[in-house]
Design a protein around this ligand. Structure first.
Ligand code: PEP
Length: 248
C-alpha cells in the first residue's frame, strides 16, 4: 500500500538555529498524536545534518547535483546528502526549473544518483498557468514524467514519490480545486500504470503541492488519488504545519 506523506519545503528560509528549533518543536507537538501520514521536512543543505540528528521525522534536501563528485564548485552530491542522515530529496521543483534552468534531461541524471545513494526522490511536476489555459496541462505533466523517470526499472520507479504542483498554485494562494487535483493525480497514476502496470501505479504516492494549508488539506487529502502534500508557506510555522498534517 502506498504511504500518505506530508512534506514541508522551507525553500531558502530559516537560519540553522531556527531550523533545528523548528524540528524539535514540531516533533514535540506531534508526540502523542496518532499520525495517519509520514512527516518530512525539506531544509536547505546546511541544515540537513543538524536537523536529521535532532529529529526522527523525515528530512529532505531540496536539490542535489547531477554529478557524482569532483570539480563542481558549489554543488552538493546525493552521497553527501545521504551521509547527513536525510532520506529524501526534492527534485524538479518548479523554482529549480524556472530560475536555474533545470531540464527533464538534467533531472533524469539527478534522479538516478539520488536512487543510487538510497535517497527517495520527491519528484515535482506541474504545468504553468499558460499551459493550463492552452489546455496542454496533461501533455506537459506526461512529458515531465516520461522524460525524467520512465528510463527507470519498475523496481527503481517504485521508490519514487511524485508531487503534482501546478506552477500557478505555488505560493500564489490559488489552490487547485480538489476536483482539478484529483483529475490530474488520476491521470498521473494512469500514465504510470500504462508503463509499469497497475500494482506499481497503485503503490506510488502522489502528493499535491500549491498553496495547500490547514484550511484545504482535509478536502484535498480525501481525494482517492491524493496521498499527501508538498507544502511551502504553511510548513514554515509549526502551528500552521500541524493542521495540514492533521488533514489526514
Ligand atoms: C512548494 O514550494 O512546493 C509549494 C507548494 O509552496 P506553497 O505551499 O507555498 O504554494
Amino acid at each position: 500500500m502506498r504511504k500518505n506523506i506530508v512534506a514541508g519545503n522551507w525553500k531558502m528560509n530559516k537560519n540553522l538555529q531556527e531550523g533545528v528549533a523548528f524540528a524539535k518543536d514540531l516533533e514535540a507537538a506531534l508526540a502523542g498524536k496518532t499520525l495517519k501520514c509520514d512527516v518530512v521536512i525539506g531544509t536547505p543543505f546546511i541544515h540537513l545534518a543538524s536537523v536529521a540528528s535532532s529529529t526522527k521525522l523525515g528530512v529532505a534536501a531540496q536539490n542535489c547535483a547531477n554529478k557524482v563528485s569532483g570539480a563542481y564548485t558549489g554543488e552538493v552530491s546525493a552521497a553527501m546528502i545521504a551521509s547527513t542522515g536525510a532520506k529524501y530529496v526534492i527534485l524538479g521543483h518548479s523554482e529549480r526549473r524556472t530560475y536555474y534552468g533545470e531540464t527533464d534531461a538534467l533531472l533524469k541524471e539527478k534522479v538516478v544518483l539520488a536512487l543510487a545513494n538510497g535517497l527517495t526522490p520527491i519528484f515535482c511536476i506541474g504545468e504553468t498557468k499558460d499551459e493550463r489555459e492552452k489546455n496542454i496541462h496533461f501533455d506537459v505533466v506526461k512529458r515531465q514524467t516520461v522524460d525524467a523517470l520512465f528510463n527507470l526499472s519498475a523496481e527503481d520507479f517504485s521508490k519514487i514519490v511524485i508531487a503534482y504542483e501546478p506552477v500557478w498554485a505555488i505560493g500564489t494562494g490559488l489552490t487547485a480545486t480538489s476536483a482539478q487535483a484529483q483529475e490530474m493525480h488520476a491521470f498521473i497514476r494512469e500514465t504510470i500504470a500504462d508503463k509499469y502496470g497497475k500494482e506499481v501505479a497503485n503503490n506510488t504516492s502522489i502528493l499535491y503541492g500549491g498553496s495547500a494549508n490547514g484550511g484545504n488539506a482535509k478536502e484535498l487529502f480525501a481525494c482517492p488519488d491524493i496521498d499527501g502534500g508538498l507544502i511551502g508557506g504553511a510548513s514554515l510555522e509549526v502551528e500552521k504545519f500541524i493542521p495540514v498534517i492533521e488533514g489526514f
